[in-house]
Design a protein around this ligand. Structure first.
Ligand SMILES: [Zn+2]
Length: 344
């Protein structure tokens, strides 16, 4: 029996329902849509989630496409598939939740007695993430167009990786994209959500997948390959049979250690550089201009040497926000020689 809060599926069954979470002070409910796919045979548990940032929906469509095809009769283990985690943000096409101005993805393990996002994070984490061996977390550029890559956290001690960290390295490559990037510890400050997820022994990989205006017209390949990646992870976990498919044999892994923060002035960010451009310190990374007059407000020279990894906000670029990331090539993994299977 696969169970998540008020929802359940018996072995060999596929069910859908809304996970009861919390309600706002006026009684509005933000219960989370959850598909439960309980394989006929026992095995590990895979969780896939989309739109924990409400405007980032490429993974959501890939998840719906996947769920339609999943046949519990031939699956070993369980799948918990959540097309939209953050319904408050999704409703308005926004990243966070306007109900309490919080970002659920940063709140795990949540708080039973906090605001509505704290409570939602608490129940969602307890009922779903804690029982997942692997969590695939889909993000995208929303209005901003990103390149596509797997994102993951670096090992706390690279010379002595944990079993979870070793598995994560394999899953990053197994997903099938030709590039991945990791943030060294502390790149964005302390990340308590990451720690909470690792503390319950759930191996998380995050995806950044395209975005930008006209994403549906231009995003078909991303939706297809996001779904392909989930099938690959199921194969790596031994949940289904079959050959993995990928962009190619190699996966370039970037150490994404340098965040470029916007200067103190607010404006429209014009990116001068594209993915994989190699910069040396002082080269122009971009400009901030007045969105109405076009006047130059600030030049943004690159603070360090590095390779451009598109990420961060382009508009609205107000307040403290990152507008880009620089990396260096850490390694190039070869799928032809790596054993990508993981066991739990
Ligand atoms: Zn996101």
């Amino acid at each position: 029996m696969l169970q998540a809060g008020n929802l359940s599926a018996r072995a060999g069954e596929k069910t859908f329902g809304y996970l009861e979470t919390a309600q706002s002070r006026s009684g509005m409910r933000l219960d989370i849509p959850v598909h439960l796919i309980a394989g006929a045979q026992p095995g590990p548990t895979l969780m896939v989630q989309g739109a924990i940032h409400g405007a980032e929906i490429i993974g959501s469509i890939a998840i719906l496409n996947l769920v339609e095809k999943l046949d519990p009769a031939v699956i070993r283990g369980n799948i918990i598939a959540v097309p939209v985690v953050n319904r408050a943000g999704f409703e308005l096409g926004e990243r966070g939740s306007r109900v309490d101005a919080k970002d659920i993805s940063r709140l795990f393990p949540g708080k039973a007695d906090g605001s509505i996002s704290d409570q939602t994070a608490y129940i969602y984490f307890k009922e779903t993430i804690t029982q997942a061996d692997v969590l695939i977390d889909f993000h995208a550029g929303a209005r901003t167009a990103y390149e596509r890559y797997v994102l993951f956290s670096a090992e706390d001690d690279p010379d002595n990786p944990t079993q979870l960290e070793k598995n994560r390295r394999k899953l990053v490559v197994a997903f099938g994209l030709d590039q991945a990037a990791f943030f060294p510890p502390g790149t964005f400050g302390a990340n308590t959500a990451k720690k909470a997820i690792e503390d319950v022994n759930t191996c998380q990989i995050t995806l950044e997948f395209g975005g930008g205006t006209g994403w549906f017209k231009n995003g078909e390949d991303n939706v297809r390959d996001a779904e392909r990646g989930i099938w690959n992870i199921m194969k790596a976990m031994g949940m289904i049979e079959g050959e993995m498919e990928s962009d190619g044999p190699l996966c370039t892994v970037y150490n994404a250690g340098v965040v470029i923060w916007k200067p103190a002035v607010d404006g429209l960010f014009i990116r001068d550089r594209k993915f994989k451009d190699a910069l040396t310190v002082g080269d122009s990374y971009g400009r901030l201009v007045d969105p109405y007059t076009g006047d130059l407000l600030a030049q943004m020279p690159t603070p360090k040497d590095g390779i451009v990894i598109p990420s961060g906000q382009e508009w609205p670029t107000v307040g403290a926000t990152s507008i880009g990331i620089l990396g260096s090539i850490d390694r190039v993994d070869d799928r032809r020689t790596m054993d990508l299977s993981v066991s739990f």
